[in-house]
Design a protein around this ligand. Structure first.
Ligand SMILES: NC(=O)c1ccc[n+]([C@@H]2O[C@H](COP(=O)([O-])OP(=O)(O)OC[C@H]3O[C@@H](n4cnc5c(N)ncnc54)[C@H](O)[C@@H]3O)[C@@H](O)[C@H]2O)c1
Length: 300
């Protein structure tokens, strides 16, 4: 892939920066742009990036002020704090941002790969399957489901792929603070010599996916022959007790969980991605299981 103009929105964020830097390394003969309003992202994530960085809000920018044409847009920008309950803000930024990018992609015939979320499934039972039990439990998940529904209308007109990430963890997530992965939070507690705190009884489980696999899914989506919406996880589910055990091995710390009462009435017990469509249509097979991902993450 050469001489393409590629935009990553939300490129100063966790997933966007991992994606941007990997694209630059793998396909150096393209022109790269990042657009980010730095509402949650951090410039430090982009150290080493050689392209142009535009500080703009994707929900209201006029993209044609900056670009005549783009070949590929990776749309990662969104309000990612799932505890934001301002419904108007979440919809304006997430749905409005997606719509703005979609309209430009349609006009310039750019491929559009965008970040959706497992939050569209709410509290439904695993395995989570695209097209089934999509009942978001918060405004964040709802905003992602609305974008998926909008995207579906253009599958025939445009190369458009939505990727429903499950729980993503890995380097460059530090800036997210309380919104960073549970793996990072537990690691921080253990590094500080504290017992990792888990909700009773630590048997809640999640499909935890390493950011390098999420980047690979985006690159596969760029080359796919069909539009569609796909889950991006590992297809495996790991309890928080097990994560603590793996962290103990990876870090050499020997701290056992402290169990606390769960203040949330409707807490999700288990998430797990059904990957059959992602494998068939995108040829996506995660390279990192939970042990390999955590080992790679905390290797230094
Ligand atoms: N991290 C996860 O576990 C996870 C899971 C499911 C989906 N996602 C989705 O993946 C994408 C990336 O998430 P992340 O984890 O990297 O979060 P992040 O907060 O690190 O990244 C989001 C980036 O978008 C920017 N941004 C937000 N609103 C913007 C706007 N209106 N205009 C321009 N820039 C804007 C932020 O400044 C930030 O740099 C998001 O769309 C998120 O909803 C993430």
């Amino acid at each position: 892939m050469k001489n393409k103009k590629i935009l990553v929105t939300g490129g100063a964020g966790f997933i966007g920066s991992n994606l941007t830097l990997t694209l630059q390394e793998k396909f150096p003969d393209n022109e790269y742009f990042v657009m980010d309003d730095f509402s949650s992202g951090d410039y430090k994530n982009l150290l080493g990036f050689k392209g142009e960085v535009i500080s703009e809000d994707v929900s209201c920018v006029n993209l044609s002020d900056y670009f005549k044409k783009l070949d590929v847009i990776f749309h990662q920008a969104a309000v990612t704090d799932t505890t934001v309950f301002d419904q108007d803000l979440m919809m304006k930024k997430n749905v409005g941002g997606f719509k703005n990018v979609l309209q430009f992609a349609l006009a310039s015939k750019a491929k559009l790969i965008y970040a959706s979320s497992a939050a569209v499934y709410g509290h439904s039972n695993p395995p989570m399957i695209v097209g089934q039990s999509e009942m978001p439990a918060n405004i964040y998940g709802f905003s992602k489901l609305v974008t998926d529904n909008m995207a579906r209308k253009y599958f025939k007109d445009l190369h458009i792929v939505g990727l429903r990430y499950f729980n993503v963890y890995g380097p460059k997530e530090k800036h997210k603070g309380k919104m960073a992965s549970q793996i990072w939070q537990l690691y921080l507690q253990m590094k500080a010599g504290k017992n990792p705190r888990l909700f009773k009884d630590g048997q809640q489980a999640r499909d935890q996916v390493y950011v390098k696999d999420v980047v690979s899914a985006n690159i596969l989506a760029m080359g796919s022959s069909e539009s569609g919406i796909f889950n991006v996880g590992t297809g495996q589910t790991t309890t928080f007790n097990k994560i603590v055990e793996i962290l103990k091995t990876a870090t050499g710390d020997n701290l056992n969980p402290e169990y606390i009462n769960n203040p949330y009435e409707h807490y999700q017990e288990n998430t797990q991605a059904d990957l059959s469509q992602t494998q068939e249509k995108l040829n996506y097979y995660p390279a990192y299981n939970i042990e390999q991902g955590i080992k790679d993450y905390f290797k230094t």
